[in-house]
Every structure is written in C-alpha cells, then in structure tokens.
Ligand binder design. Sequence first.
Ligand code: MN
Ligand code: MN
Length: 469
Amino acid sequence: MAKSEKTETKAKELKEKLFSVKKNAAAVMSEAELKKCDKFCEGYKSFLDAAKTEREATAFIRAEAESKGFVPFDKTKKYKAGDKLYYVNREKSVILAVVGKEPIANGVNLLAAHIDSPRLDLKQNPLFEKDEVGYFKTHYYGGIKKYQWPTVPLSLHGVIVKADGTKITVRIGEDEGDPVFCVSDLLPHLASAQYKRPATELIKGEELNIIIGSRPFKEDDASEAVKLNLMLLLNEKYGITETDFLSAELEAVPAFKAKDIGFDRSLVGAYGQDDRVCAYTELMAILDAKSIARTAVAILTDKEETGSDGNTGLCSAYLKYFIADLAASMGVRGRDVLANSKCLSADVNAAYDPTFPDVFEKNNCAVLNGGVCVTKYTGSRGKSGTSDASAEFVGEVRSILDKNGVIWQTGELGKIDIGGGGTVAAYIANLDVDTIDVGVPVLSMHAPYEITAKTDIYAAYKAFKAFIG
Ligand code: MN
Ligand code: MN
C-alpha cells in the first residue's frame, strides 16, 4: 500500500470514529421498518381528517383514551400503579396520565403537544352582504402568511352557544356531499396594483372574507336579501339567529383531506400537522404505556399558536394544578413532583427546504427523513424567550434515544437573526421541570397544506414511547 493510501485509510477510520454522522432514515431503515412507518401514518392521516380543531382533537383523544381504559381523573380518589386517567379542560385540551410503579415524588415523564393550528376564526359579528354576495368576516388565528389562504376550499368547525345555553356543534365542508367555503383573490390581469403591496399585505387581514352564498331571498326586494336568505338557511339548519354568532367559536380550516405525497408515498400532506403530528405520536405512545416505572403524563393543549395565554393554554395553571392534585392524592407536594419531572415538549420544527436554502444553517437544521428533531433551544435573536435545555438533560435524552434505536437529529429554527419562534417548552420549564423540544420537521409550516416525512413521524412515536419507558 502506498503511503498516501495508508494515510487515507487512517483518515477514514478516524473520521468514522470521531465525526458525527447524519443518517437519512429512509435509507437506513429496513423495508420492514419502512412498512411500519407507512402503516402508522394511515392512523395518523385518519386523525388529521377527524380532528381539525382543538375541540375535535380533544373529542378524538378522549374517545381513544376511554377505549383503552382511561377514566376521568378524580382528585378525591387514590390511584395505584397501572391506573390510567384523563382530564379534559373545557373541551379544548386534555391531560392523560398512566400511574407508574415508582413513587410519584420521583417525578413524572411529561409529553406536551398542542392541538390548535393556524386558521381563520369568524369574528363575533361575521355575517354580512356586500354587493349581493354573502360573507363571513374572519380574524386570522396564529401566524399565517395571509396570501396563502384565498382560493383554498374551507370547511367550518366549532360551536354556537345559544342564549338558553344550548350548544350546537358545527362541522360542515368535510363530508363528500357538503358545500365548502372560500376566500377570493384578484385575477392576475387586474392585480398590477396588488402586486406592488408588500407580501405581508398582498392579502390584508380584512380581505380574508369567506364567501358563503349568493342567492337572494325572493319574496322581498329589500336590501340585504342575500344575507336574509343565508340567515334563513342557518336558522333552519342550526336553529340560530344572527345574535347567536356573538357566543360562537367558528373556525374555518382547509377542507382537504390528508394525503400521501410523492410517487414513493414517503410524505404526508395535510392541514394542521403543526402540531397534531406530535399530538398523535404522543397520544399513541401513552396509549401503549404498560407497567411503566415513572408516572407518564401527556398534555395536549390549546392556544399555543396565539402565545399559550388563556385557561386552555400552557401559560395557565391547569397543568400545574393537575400535577398538584395527582400528587396530593398520593400524599406528595405538587412542587416536589414537578422539580423531579422531565418533559419532552413535542412540537414541530422547520424542515430544511432545498428550494429556499438561504434561511437555514446547514450544520444546524433538521431535514426531512432525518428522524425526530431534538431542539436544545428556540427563541429569537440572542435566544430570547427560550428555556434552553441543560447539557445534562440533552445528554439524558440522547442516551434514551440511542438505546432505543430511535433515528434522531438536531435542528435550530433557521439562521440566527432571520426570525425565530418558541414553543410551550419555556412555560413547562418555568414550572421547574427539565424540558427540551423534540418533534417532527415540517415543510411549509403554518400553510394550509403542510408536509412531513413518514419516517420522521414514526421516529417521533418511537422517541415518545422510549421516553415514557
Ligand atoms: Mn407548533
Ligand atoms: Mn405553529
């Protein structure tokens, strides 16, 4: 062997030993494992279609949990290892718990995902008619690129509470025979002035008006005949009057169903994958939990996309109180449980987009098929707003993932100072819990149609399962 060849071999050996290796999960996984990913994602897609809002997700999760033997948490009862509990917060968030064999004073293993997604909420006075077209006025919810939402078929979900307290559930635009709704956009032929607007104003918030009808009420040629006809239809269908919109929560979301993307069917395309991809994987992981050592708690929360404030969001005390009540029922202080607890804040991260490489720093971004993404810190600028997991806790999580054969990667949310963002991690960490972000990389995050890779979804499920133990 020539001297240079020898050096090359040595360098190769040393590189293998010393450098970290990035793996493409789809290349590394066996055919059998890939089949498992595909199978798992069939259930995931059904969940996405059934649970497009936090209320629908809550109902889905409760039903799944009940079918697996979970019972409503009762703080006056005593629980033992193996007991499965759930707590529903105002129909919009859920906590599931499986009691472990170890004393709860040792802390719990907590998984946290959110079940709200960006969308168009109806305003309190939504119904109007303009130039003989009927509309709902909306106020967008969460961080959306407003120009992405016109010309997308929309369905309507939510509840209307009438003056007498009766609650009507609305879900229209999802079934094959249902009508859908839509925001219009200008034709390119007449858009020269619109094109000059900055992209953030290409479609303005007050232009996100949803078309809901166009036929006038016939027996009267008074004004607002279209609105009258629509109100009549709504009254017949739901028994409501216009005033009932005041106490309603109606949410317009993309009407399309979750689908495989690509000739190889390797990706999932759907609305609301941020963060239902982590909600579903987390749910499946805790539903599977059997005779675990530490108590496992999965929280599926609302309001993350608007900053986690409100009594169903994670800035509220409901998680803290749940832990306190569970701890008290076992004769332990809640704060002592929290101080010994560990949390995977299960939220999506940005997947590197080869079409838009400039916003990513290649050594520190997540890629599709790179496995579940572990994000030590989030935030903006100088890590503002992050909880930044400790090296010790990252080390612990890393070893759990490796021991359990989970394919994982790390990633930041884009280059420094390009933008940034946060998750619920900081709010949980603020309760004195060791917390780190672990989730699925997403392309086109917050768009009406988001893209994830099946291998990453399955890796997330495996990660959450391994963490619960
Ligand atoms: Mn999220
Ligand atoms: Mn989000």
